[in-house]
Design a protein around this ligand. Structure first.
Ligand SMILES: C[S@@+](CC[C@H](N)C(=O)[O-])C[C@H]1O[C@@H](n2cnc3c(N)ncnc32)[C@H](O)[C@@H]1O
Length: 357
């Protein structure tokens, strides 16, 4: 896709906001050293926190609780006056905390493919106190967006991959196998193909490969066969229908701890939204768009994504382009997992570009 100034003007919702105010939001408490790191699991069990996860105010108010927030702020160490690119703005949780760090002389560029989330974040960041710019854009096109915004390079890039809680829980996107809705799964409504089209249109082998390659489901062939048999009787149009077909194709003895539909839904979402391709493209372009000393943090939610990030950071390091700041991925504390179960599979890796790259 070519990305012209016209695109930028059309997609940039709000340019150059400078209110000079700082936001009195709750998140300050997370960055003020009050976050309880490494609470022992035993203590948590004693407090009953594993079985009764807390629901944070943040999720209820904003539809999504940012994961690894404190750790991201520490490692990305945004400074006053810097320029930050939030590739996946979502509900603006990370963005707002980063905005506080860069202050009124800093610039925050916010991307998201989902116009609903981007609008929400725009409202939430109204009084963020820095220069905020918003683009409904895919981070795979980050070079084009930055060109259009006239920003040659940034100090920090953050990508918090996947979907936000409000997207997952909405019946509009069709992402959840527990909430009935249309079998859509597009985060970007401009995308051409929905999950419904894949499920009803792909040949059986391609369906099986897709489920296996994206989600390593060893029952992929069996699931694909059931889908093809079911769609010959009736078109599959809802999440409940698909979840039922997948569950009925898996023998009870093979029901594990997770719902058998989990992996099929994950694989379809990844395919519909081109998630692996987008991540690869982001990582291809990012080094040329980070200033010397610039930091990049990627939060991923499944092993395939984490592997790609790990390998790419290693390659940059071997080419003397960067130092990897996380020899092992950063994972949420027991406390965070208990209070926000959706954070459980999160892994963050951070790299810093060399000054002499
Ligand atoms: C996990 S949420 C981010 C939450 C955010 N960090 C917060 O604190 O609210 C992921 C967001 O990235 C968006 N997204 C997913 N893939 C994208 C892509 N390739 N380009 C831009 N945005 C994307 C989704 O629409 C969603 O809003």
């Amino acid at each position: 896709m070519s990305f012209t100034d016209e695109h930028a003007r059309a997609m940039e919702g709000m340019a150059g906001t400078r209110t000079g105010q700082s936001c009195p939001c709750l998140f300050l408490s997370f960055s003020a050293g009050l976050w309880p790191f490494h609470v022992p699991a035993k203590t948590l069990s004693a407090l009953g926190m594993r079985r009764k996860p807390l629901r944070h105010m943040d999720t209820a108010q904003h539809g999504h609780e940012p994961v690894l927030l404190h750790e991201a702020l520490e490692l990305l160490s945004a400074q006053s006056g810097e320029t930050i690119l939030d590739c996946t703005t979502g509900r603006g949780g990370h963005a707002l905390a980063l905005a506080q760090k860069i202050g009124k002389s800093g610039t925050l560029v916010c991307l998201d493919v989902d116009p609903g989330n981007l609008d929400f974040a725009r409202q939430r960041l109204k009084n963020a106190g820095c220069n905020c710019r918003f683009f409904q854009a895919n981070f795979a096109h980050l070079g084009d967006v930055l060109d259009a915004a006239n920003i040659p390079a940034v100090d920090v890039i953050l990508a918090d991959l996947g979907v936000s809680t409000n997207q997952m829980l909405s019946d509009q996107y069709g992402l959840s196998f527990t909430i009935d809705g249309p079998l859509d799964m597009r985060l970007d409504p401009r995308l051409e193909h929905t999950a419904e089209e894949l499920v009803n249109g792909l040949p059986e082998k391609q369906l099986a490969d897709l489920i296996f390659n994206h989600a390593q489901d060893r029952l992929s062939r069996r699931i694909a066969r059931s889908i093809v048999q079911a769609r010959q009787v009736k078109k599959i149009t809802t999440t409940a229908q698909l979840a039922g077909i997948v569950r009925s194709s898996v023998p009870h003895a093979r029901f594990g701890q997770i719902d058998p539909a989990t992996r099929t839904f994950q694989a379809l979402r990844m395919e519909v939204n081109h998630e692996m391709e987008n991540l690869s493209e982001l990582l291809n372009v990012a080094p040329s768009r980070l200033k010397p000393g610039g930091r990049i943090g990627i939060i991923s939610f499944h092993s395939g994504e984490d592997r790609v990030v790990k390998q790419m950071f290693r390659q940059w390091a071997s080419e003397n382009k960067c130092d990897v700041l996380t020899s092992k991925p950063i994972v949420p504390t027991e406390f965070e997992m208990a209070s926000n179960p959706r954070s459980r599979s999160a892994k963050m890796r951070v790299a810093r570009m060399r000054m002499d790259q």
